[in-house]
Design a protein around this ligand. Sequence first.
Ligand code: NDP
Ligand code: GDR
Length: 370
Amino acid sequence: MKVAFITGVTGQDGAYLSEFLLKKGYQVHGLKRRASMFNTDRIDHLYQDPHIENRNFILHYGDMTDSTNLIRLIQEIQPDEIYNLAAMSHVQVSFEIPEYTGNADGLGTLRILDAVRLLGLEKKTRIYQASTSELYGKVQEVPQSETTPFYPRSPYAVAKMYAYWITVNYREAYGMYACNGILFNHESPIRGETFVTRKITRAASRIALGLQDKIYLGNLDAKRDWGHAKDYVRMMWMILQAEEAEDWVIATGKTTPVREFVRMAFAEVGVELEFKGEGVEEKGYVKACTNPEFQIEIGKEVLAVDPKYFRPTEVDLLIGDATKANTKLGWIPEFDLQDLVKDMMKNDVKLMQKDQFLKEGGYNTFNYFE
Ligand code: NDP
Ligand code: GDR
């Protein structure tokens, strides 16, 4: 039985990757931070009672900022594969907590690599590093591939740039099997609620159900290459099965503005939007509603721009060229953007119907405007 160690197991990708590896027959160990409440919603369906024998899904407390913890865990687990997914992953928040982001995302990666080296596991343990299209930052070239120069535009991206190069360095210096997956944005029904796609699908569902009046967003012109997380975790595994350790771009090759994602999400609940105005004055109004299930007033203002969501330095355009992964590893994504939006909206409408039921029963429900 192969043994995998996943940092960031409670996150979007950690949850999908755990499911994927368990289906492949792996024993999966996950690193989980101590929190004052359970923070395991995304992996609760995989949880196994610690009292049963021969478990194949095991959680360990730990933190990317704690070397001794990581060394001890890797020694105990003796993993065949490490997927280093843990990170403070929110670009805008990284401007507010830059030092912590550098520590967890940058030095955290070094701690993993060096633990493997110190323990003499260089020849046994393969390492996947969660690198990002944010490395490309300010546009140098489109589409972006493995050879495009980096120009990071946030403390998050700068920390991930250190992580990228320290991974390459340990591969070259110590002959370790360590790879970067340079993944472009990937989303899903379990995407964190403050990333733009999930913020939009939650809001569109709540607005259609009369639970919320409006969504406030930042830069509607930013363009992203959005894929489905399920396709991307499959590729993480494929990367570690390749004969040689290399770095890989994973993307759909198509780019879409945030505004268009908004339009597609509302269209899933039969709401046609009209955008008027420019820059911070831009607003979105209901032009038509074709779904009789949702009573939404024509002409209602449902979207406004709030400059608080603008970033000090923005990444305007991401579009990836995954030719290398397509041709050398045979990776072809199964979901396109329309499938992704459908999947996310289906899930959020269901979730918000639950909220609606609670509200009708006199209970409070919460919607954070982050
Ligand atoms: P999430 O934000 O959903 O998950 C991040 C995970 O990291 C969570 O499990 C979180 O724990 C954990 N974590 C954060 N800080 C620490 C720490 N100090 N110690 C231990 N664990 C920590 O991210 P995704 O699943 O979307 O992304 C996975 C990785 O891929 C990240 O490294 C991200 O930067 C990178 N990436 C993501 C892309 C995307 O589009 N999703 C694209 C390219 C790269 P907790 O649940 O306790 O907060
Ligand atoms: P990103 O994702 O920064 O690309 O990082 P995010 O969804 O946060 O932003 C995408 C684009 O949308 C614009 N935007 C808004 N973003 C947020 N979060 N909230 C808003 O209200 C809003 N309005 C407009 C942003 O300015 C940006 O241009 C994600 C993370 O998963 C990283 O960890 C990962 O490395 C990269 O994707 C690839």
